[in-house]
Design a protein around this ligand. Structure first.
Ligand code: UDP
Ligand code: GLC
Length: 389
């Protein structure tokens, strides 16, 4: 099967990491068309996945943009669509992985008569998208032969917004369990590195809560910082991730919040890192704190695979990943006090929380195994190709 994958982002976000794992199995005769140069195409090249940068002029439309911004970007969109239409004639299907890729891919699919597949990584709701963008996504996605939703929550929101349910299949992100350890044995070694910052004093031994998300208001790093106020002094937070989409105001707000609460000695920023499993293994707890429903939440599964206890905000796909009290904990989104309660329980009862983490690891290895998930995707795509030709 020859597939033309399309993704708008040059950045390495969860949707791109997921796509790389899917595209890898088709690497001998497929292509990933990306709308910007950056860490994502670099990541694909390192993995020997063929990649082509389709434009050097980024499309300016944002998730919250209205019709006007969309129309203004037409001068950039038309050459891109022409190029993708031409390119797609060499492939059996077009696989759009993001919204702008859907716009380009859907029009190209009509012109080149190639079937369209849309991988839905988002919750199509007013919290995430403007009304115009929701309408565009639904109208175009309803033309797709197949929509792969990354969670039931994403599927439900899609249908609530007017998406056709008959072509939607829920397929969770897959992971290679072996990529996530075992690093627990090396915990002390990694921990030294984690805590090597002048203002963090590891006496008495710190309880380390890791947060592994891009810095963005809806990812809710501020909720974790707030929660620290209700935890003992030796609970510290590590914020791993960067402001991938230019959310510098939010980063400044976080620094200000830390200063106001006198928490400089208890919060450390790491920026973007490529050694997530090692860092997670060195944490006592991983916190996921999104304030809007998380479509899936790769970091939650990654923490489970590392054998590190995880607490997540109970909304969207995150609530499907954790069985509260059995494989982790769920707290109400945006509630710092309830998050602090769970942090304090984990600190006070380490052996119980370890049992929970072990159960989560066993379950995650089965439920999110990349090999099985890739087979599922391959069979869905074969069905599309068979029906179309
Ligand atoms: N990630 C990373 N380095 C960082 C922060 C995050 O590689 O410094 C990875 C993380 O391990 C996860 C992905 O980025 O695989 C984020 O995916 P998720 O689904 O959690 O959220 P998204 O940012 O896609 O909404
Ligand atoms: C998107 C979503 C995230 C999800 C990822 C992979 O980036 O924001 O929740 O885990 O896609 O499907």
């Amino acid at each position: 099967m020859k597939i033309l994958f399309l993704d708008q982002s040059g950045k390495l976000g969860g949707a791109e990491l997921c796509l790389a794992d899917i595209a890898q199995q088709f690497q001998s005769n497929s292509l990933v068309g990306v709308f910007a140069e950056g860490a994502f195409p670099d990541y694909l090249r390192k993995r020997h996945i063929p990649v082509k940068i389709l434009t050097d002029q980024p499309l300016q439309v944002q998730k919250a943009s209205g019709l006007l911004a969309g129309l203004k970007s037409l001068n950039r969109l038309i050459p891109l669509i022409t190029q993708v239409t031409h390119l797609s004639k060499q492939y059996d299907l077009i696989y759009a992985n993001t919204q702008k890729a859907l716009v380009v891919g859907a029009i190209a699919s009509i012109l080149s008569r190639r079937p369209l597949v849309y991988h839905l990584h988002d919750i199509v709701s007013p919290e995430h998208f403007s009304a115009t963008n929701r309408r565009i996504i639904i109208t175009l996605a309803n033309r797709a032969a197949l929509v792969i939703a990354n969670s039931q929550a994403s599927r439900d929101a899609f249908m609530k917004a007017g998406g056709r349910g008959d072509r939607v299949h829920v397929v969770y992100n897959g992971f290679r369990p072996e990529d996530y350890g075992p690093y627990v044995d090396k915990r002390e070694y990694f921990r030294k590195d984690l805590l090597s910052t002048p203002q963090i004093v590891d006496q008495p031994p710190s309880f380390v809560v890791g947060h592994f998300s891009r810095l963005s208001p809806w990812k809710g790093q501020h909720v974790l910082i707030d929660a620290l106020q209700y935890c003992p002094d030796n609970v510290i937070a590590l914020l791993v991730g960067d402001a991938l989409f230019g959310e510098q105001d939010y980063v400044q707000q976080l620094y200000q919040q830390i200063k106001t609460l006198n928490l400089e000695h208890r919060v450390r920023f790491f920026g973007f890192r490529s050694d997530i499993p090692q860092l997670m293994a060195a944490c006592d707890l991983v916190a996921h704190t999104s304030t809007a429903p998380e479509p899936f939440g790769r970091v939650i599964v990654e923490a489970m695979l590392c054998g590190t206890p995880v607490v997540a905000a109970a909304a969207g796909g995150a609530a499907e990943l954790i069985d509260h009290g059995q494989t982790g904990w769920l707290t109400p989104p945006g509630n710092a006090q309830k998050l602090a309660d769970i942090i304090n329980i984990c600190q006070s009862y380490p052996s119980q929380s370890k049992v929970c983490a072990q159960q989560a690891q066993i379950q995650a290895r089965q439920r999110f195994d990349l090999e099985g998930i890739n087979l599922n995707i391959k069979s869905l795509l074969s069905g599309v190709v068979k029906t179309h030709y």
